[in-house]
Design a protein around this ligand. Structure first.
Ligand SMILES: Nc1ncnc2c1ncn2[C@@H]1O[C@H](COP(=O)(O)OP(=O)(O)OP(=O)(O)O)[C@@H](O)[C@H]1O
Ligand SMILES: [Mg+2]
Length: 215
């Protein structure tokens, strides 16, 4: 379960994001829709402990993460959160396999690489450098890296962003399949409201902003 309480993020005088309290329940999938620049990625980054809010608290189950040290946040994220970044954040010069092996170096408990690559349809690319993959293939490596550790929470920022509609559907079905097997929270951001059907709840980002929410 994720609880976001009284969170404000103030990047500069023009960009102030103030969120209403919001709760994400275990076992549910949430889609977040909203205009570009409204703060969707910022919300995921705050939940992941990558961006620190100026105000407020974020609870993940019983852990209040905003008060942890950066190192503790990083460890918490590595163990518990599978984050599919909007821009993937893969190691381009490394192979698919080595991108996944990085988690093992961090001593994170992972399922078998072959199994996960089979599931995302990338078994034949195991030894290929990421820089040689297509956008859709990179997206699937990013998904494999997020899911290989069977995380408590899946955050997916435009997971179908670089794919056409049909490929996007395949990816959403894949994420959904993983999610159904668990009791985990999945939050995905999308600009494509056709993908919203994969969610138990659809959140229009503007609806969770406090009106005139300047600090
Ligand atoms: N590190 C930063 N420094 C300053 N401003 C930032 C920073 N990160 C984000 N912002 C600003 O915060 C606002 C929200 O950005 P964010 O990336 O969360 O939007 P988004 O809803 O994910 O947009 P998109 O749909 O285009 O991905 C934007 O105005 C952006 O310029
Ligand atoms: Mg974004």
């Amino acid at each position: 379960m994720i609880r976001v309480k009284n969170v404000k993020k103030d990047f500069n005088s023009d960009t102030r994001i103030h969120l209403k309290d919001i709760e994400f329940e275990n076992g549910k999938t949430y889609a977040i829709l909203g205009v570009s620049g409204s703060g969707k990625t910022t919300l995921l980054n705050i939940i992941a402990g990558i961006v620190n809010p100026n105000n407020g608290e974020v609870f993940i189950d019983d852990v209040e993460i905003t008060h942890l040290s950066q190192k503790e946040k990083d460890n918490f994220r590595l163990k518990n959160i599978g984050y599919i970044f909007q821009d993937f954040k893969l190691m381009e010069e490394m192979t698919v396999e080595d991108n996944l092996n990085l988690l093992k170096i961090e001593k994170i408990k992972c399922i078998d690489i072959d199994t996960i690559l089979e599931q995302v349809g990338l078994k034949s690319k195991r030894k290929t450098k990421v820089k040689k993959l297509s956008g859709g293939e990179k997206q699937r490596v990013a998904i494999a890296r997020a899911l290989i550790k069977s995380p408590k929470i899946i955050l997916a920022d435009e997971p179908t962003g670089s794919l056409n509609y049909e490929k996007g559907l395949e990816i959403m079905e894949l994420l959904n399949e993983f999610h159904k097997k668990s009791n985990h929270v999945m939050i995905f951001v999308t600009h494509d409201d056709r993908m919203a059907k994969f969610a138990d709840e659809v959140i229009q980002f503007e609806d969770i902003l406090v009106k005139g929410g300047a600090l």
